[in-house]
Design a protein around this ligand. Structure first.
Ligand code: TXA
Ligand code: MG
Length: 319
């Protein structure tokens, strides 16, 4: 347990029990998931939910995802439909979030859903979060554990760097395997992807047997949290670049590029899954090395590349 971050704990029976006590008291905890690390609190508790918004400096109009162990636990809060069950069967637990109608008598705190009649739910697969969910009788509201508009954390140290000493407990679950946030799909009407992720539009299309829309401009009112500027390392990013400048960081992809100290390769073998897993850590590394600008090559816009490009576009957005 010895490390320079005194709020990071390895996972064992003792820290599991401590986490449960923390959560039951309405405190918040940094937890690993297979996508990115989250800042977790009791979704039914006003105290926990308010603390989450405050610690993240998250705008009050950006709703949170509620995490459950299985659909059975979510039944009393959410109204399911056929498309939900089709996707749930094939993908869950896993990196997908469903926007569904909230039950009128749900105990989910209204701030979680910013008073909307829909709620986003997810069933994470990471063994640590599942062992925690097994031991509590409330779901976890859990946004990514970064400050609002910043880059999501993919390991325990990232969480500590983001939230500093304001968070007392972070459970170390190693590097997040997927490395970018879950795919968010709205199932309240015709299925529509609000946030692309590892689960690609094609995969969803195959499972549902119908065409699905990918978020458009009128998304804004539908998912107020899908801010244009997001995932930002805090320095300017320039997309689809071929040229480079030795003073600036250059993010590459594939084996075309040489090993130069200001070159950072997302995946030498041109594997988009690997690129997604490396993306946020590379953005942080570049920031740590004090580069002032980031140039990045064009990333193929297919499959997981759609999600990577979505994050890069937002990271590059100025306001
Ligand atoms: O992979 C993930 O989903 C991670 C891990 C920790 O589970 N969580 C995550 O949460 O990325 P967050 O808060 O960073 O992103 C949640 C997204 C936001 O864009 C938010 O606007 C959207 O989900 N969202 C939440 N509730 C919604 C709702 N009722 N309708 C539409 N969008 C919603
Ligand atoms: Mg986030």
């Amino acid at each position: 347990m010895k490390n320079i971050y005194s709020n990071i704990f390895s996972f064992n029976n003792k820290t599991l029990n401590k986490t449960i006590i923390f959560l039951k008291k309405g405190n918040v905890v940094g937890l690993p998931t297979e996508t990115v690390y989250g800042l977790a609190g009791n979704a039914y508790s006003k105290k926990s939910v308010e603390m989450i918004y405050k610690l993240k400096k998250r705008p009050k109009f950006n709703p949170l995802i509620v995490h459950f162990l299985s659909y059975k636990d979510a039944e009393k809060d959410v109204i399911f439909n056929k498309n939900f069950f089709k996707l749930y069967k094939k993908i869950c637990p896993g990196p997908i979030t469903f926007v569904l109608k909230k039950r009128q008598n749900s105990k989910i705190h209204p701030s979680v859903t910013v008073n909307m009649n829909t709620v986003a739910i997810r069933f994470p697969s990471h063994r640590i979060i599942r062992s925690i969910l097994k031991k509590i009788d409330f779901p976890l509201a859990m946004p990514s554990a970064n400050l609002s508009t910043g880059v999501s954390p993919v390991n325990a140290e990232n969480v500590s760097e983001e939230l500093k000493r304001r968070i007392k407990m972070i459970i170390d679950g190693g590097k997040s395997k997927i490395g970018i946030e879950s795919t968010v799909i709205d199932l309240t009407n015709k299925p529509k992807i609000l946030r692309p992720g590892i689960i690609s539009p094609n995969e969803i299309k195959k499972i549902l047997g119908l065409n699905i829309k990918i978020g458009s401009k009128n998304l804004k009112s539908k998912s107020p949290g899908l801010l244009k500027k997001h995932y930002s390392p805090g320095i300017p990013i320039f997309l689809n670049k071929k040229l480079f400048d030795t003073n600036h960081a250059f993010i590459t992809f594939g084996n075309r590029h040489r090993n130069i100290s200001n070159y950072f390769n997302l995946s030498k073998k041109s594997d988009l899954k690997e690129a997604a897993a490396n993306l946020y850590e590379i953005l942080r590394k570049i920031k740590r090395k004090n580069y002032r600008k980031i140039y990045i090559v064009k990333i193929p816009n297919q499959g997981i590349g759609i999600a990577i490009n979505d994050r890069l576009r937002r990271a590059a957005h100025k306001k």
